[in-house]
Design a protein around this ligand. Structure first.
Ligand SMILES: [Zn+2]
Length: 405
């Protein structure tokens, strides 16, 4: 009885899933599928031929195309097209006697008109920019042990980092290896000229324990790298008992967006005028010298015009400003407005021992208020970086464990 019902259920599902569609050639350059509900899907012939799924054209095992374009399908015309309802496939006969078939599902997933759906779901989840007053509503918090042990929580944490630009973890042990464990939970720690795991501590002059730590103004780390560190993982082991030592942070993409809306001419200057970012010195036990130099504007956009990276670090901005003389004064005016907005929108919060503050170093400006160490209380943080290539890859493997192409 049960198995019979199951069979009927399967048949019902199958007929529900089966779509009726008609296919036609448009000017031999496009193939148009019209589904029964009237929805149309349209594909360029050259794209269909380039992505032929037959064994001669495509390695199913590795989901890769075989052709290296030597055979150039650009001028091969489709001769006839039809939709096979039984197989739920588009069938294309080409003028060179080749035949291709494409599953309807496969075609629907690659619909040119719905491309944004794929970009949002798989490429990068859309970012949510936030102002100072929206800070609390955008703060995501997780238990350190849950991130380490539960894939579902790891996914939520990485998604929060991608969407909100920061997140807080609580309950980490008093152990200098916490940041490495988190980085390796995602994938790989980033090595820089400062090593991999770094200590954030005041370095008092000998005999002077009451060392006043000056405030650290809003900045991003490593603007002088082409491959700038993606996220910063900062673990608080000992927090200052003095009034200061708080974190400050501004959503740099929100500031860029505000500038774009309210001062478009300033925005255009900060988007287009390159600044020289530099770092010269040596670090670590080996005392290896370094001379880092990267030229990039304050606001960097990606190919879609979306915010990709903010560069801001007063101490790493080179006095060699390699731009035409006429651009300099206007650039300073725009920069001044950007920094005014950034400071006005900065939030302040103080982490506690066991907290791990993680943020997008391409997006967030961060800083710290002044504090004072004492012999009994020395502020101690440990940090590490991970690149966004590694984070997005991990996020996708968690969201789509069965993805093949
Ligand atoms: Zn083929």
């Amino acid at each position: 009885m049960l198995s019979c019902r199951r069979l009927i259920g399967q048949l019902a599902n199958r007929s529900q899933l089966r779509c009726y569609a008609t296919a036609r050639l448009l000017d031999q350059r496009y193939v148009e599928l019209t589904q029964k509900n009237g929805e149309q899907l349209k594909y360029p012939s050259v794209w269909l031929r380039d992505n032929c799924q037959c064994p001669d054209c495509f390695y199913a095992a590795t989901s890769t195309r075989k052709s290296n374009w030597e055979r150039g399908p650009l001028n091969v015309r489709a001769e006839t097209v039809r939709f096979d309802v039984q197989r739920q496939q588009l069938i294309v006969h080409w003028q060179d006697a080749h035949e291709s078939s494409y599953d309807l599902n496969w075609l629907q997933e690659r619909d040119f008109a719905s491309r944004q759906r794929y970009l949002d779901a798989v490429y990068k989840p859309p970012m949510q920019l936030w102002s100072k007053t929206e800070f609390a509503a955008n703060t995501c918090e997780f238990a350190y042990k849950d991130v380490l042990k539960q894939d579902a929580v790891l996914l939520q944490w990485l998604e929060a980092l991608a969407v909100k630009g920061f997140a807080l973890l609580h309950g980490a042990p008093n152990d200098v290896h916490v940041v490495r464990q988190l980085a390796e939970r995602i994938g790989y720690i980033k090595h820089t000229t400062y090593g991999d795991v770094f200590e954030v501590k005041s370095k008092p002059n000998a005999g002077n324990y009451a060392y006043l730590m000056t405030p650290l103004p809003l900045h991003t780390d490593m603007p002088y790298y082409e491959y700038k560190a993606g996220i910063n993982i900062l673990h608080t082991l000992v927090q200052s008992e003095s009034p200061g030592g708080s974190n400050t942070m501004t959503d740099g993409f929100y500031i860029a967006d505000k500038l774009r809306r309210e001062h478009p001419a300033y925005f255009e200057l900060l988007r287009s005028v390159p600044v020289n970012w530099f770092d010269i010195g040596h670090d670590g036990d080996a005392k290896k010298p370094f001379h880092s130099l990267w030229r990039a504007p304050i606001i960097c956009l990606d190919v879609d015009g979306q915010y990709a990276r903010i560069n801001q670090n007063t101490t790493k901005r080179d006095s060699r400003f390699s731009v035409p003389l006429e651009q300099v004064v206007a650039w300073y005016e725009a920069y001044d407005m950007f920094m005014q907005l950034a400071q006005a929108e900065a939030v302040e919060f103080k982490t506690r021992p066991g907290d791990v503050f993680v943020f997008n170093n391409l997006r967030m400006l961060h800083g710290r208020t002044a504090y004072e160490d004492s012999p009994e209380n020395k502020r101690h943080l440990v940090g590490a970086y991970v690149d966004w290539d590694i984070i997005y890859s991990k996020l996708r493997t968690l969201k789509f464990p069965n993805a093949k192409d």
